[in-house]
Design a binder for this molecule. Structure first.
Ligand code: ZN
Length: 215
């Protein structure tokens, strides 16, 4: 097993293992520490999975808190160095827009271990800030600035507000984005939710509500 660099909110008693860190389980499965992972001491199996399928499994597995403690104690006991995912090489320099430190280039599985469809995509990552940004397909050119968890959630929320406008046939997708661009006074080429700031994502929720949903 290896893990990423400690995150800034890592709990000291867990030996630097923090939520959001990426762990490579024995056997090669990668999980983030906010994924559900159980350990079966009897068989030595690590399983990132949903609810146990039967009572025997329920009795055999230990949950995330124990996993963190186990990982920390094992690393201490065996004296292994704590390794992060190995960054990809790149001549490009990208700085984290939250902490101003250099970001690392990684394959998609380092960020989204369960998204095999992203395996060939690249991401600029700041593990300390739990922030990243995807790259244009086949390149190491980032789509924009890194997004931390708060911004990622805000963008998901904005999509949930906005997408039904065109998904439910109120207007076409093109019309919906034209309306959003005009309403927010954001040039259409920049008016994509994946490029919006935290503040603009909140404005999306507000204008959709004000215009279409307010009783
Ligand atoms: Zn950072």
């Amino acid at each position: 097993m290896q893990k990423s660099k400690a995150t800034s909110d890592a709990q000291p008693q867990l030996g630097g293992l923090g939520t959001g860190a990426v762990v490579v389980l024995d056997g090669g499965t990668r999980v983030r520490l906010d994924d559900r992972v159980d350990y079966w001491p009897a068989t030595g199996e690590w399983r990132p999975l949903g609810p146990p399928s039967n009572a025997a499994e329920l009795a055999g597995g230990v949950g995330m808190t124990s996993l963190l403690e186990y990982l920390a104690s094992e690393r201490v006991r065996t004296g292994h160095p704590v390794l992060g995912p190995v960054p990809l090489t790149s001549d490009r320099r990208v700085t984290c827009n939250y902490c101003q430190q250099p970001a690392e280039l990684h394959g998609g599985l380092a960020v989204y271990p369960d998204r095999k469809d992203l395996a060939n995509r690249s991401f600029w990552v700041c593990w300390n800030c739990n922030a990243w940004v995807g790259c244009h397909n086949g390149t190491d050119q980032p789509f924009g600035g890194l997004a931390n968890e708060e911004l990622r959630h805000a963008r998901i929320s904005a999509h949930k507000s906005f997408d039904p406008l065109w998904e439910q046939g109120r207007m076409t997708r093109r019309e919906a984005y034209a309306w959003l661009s005009k309403t927010l006074s954001i040039p259409s080429e920049d008016c994509h939710i994946g490029m919006l700031s935290l503040e603009d994502c909140r404005r999306v929720n507000q204008v959709v509500w004000d215009t279409f949903e307010q009783p």
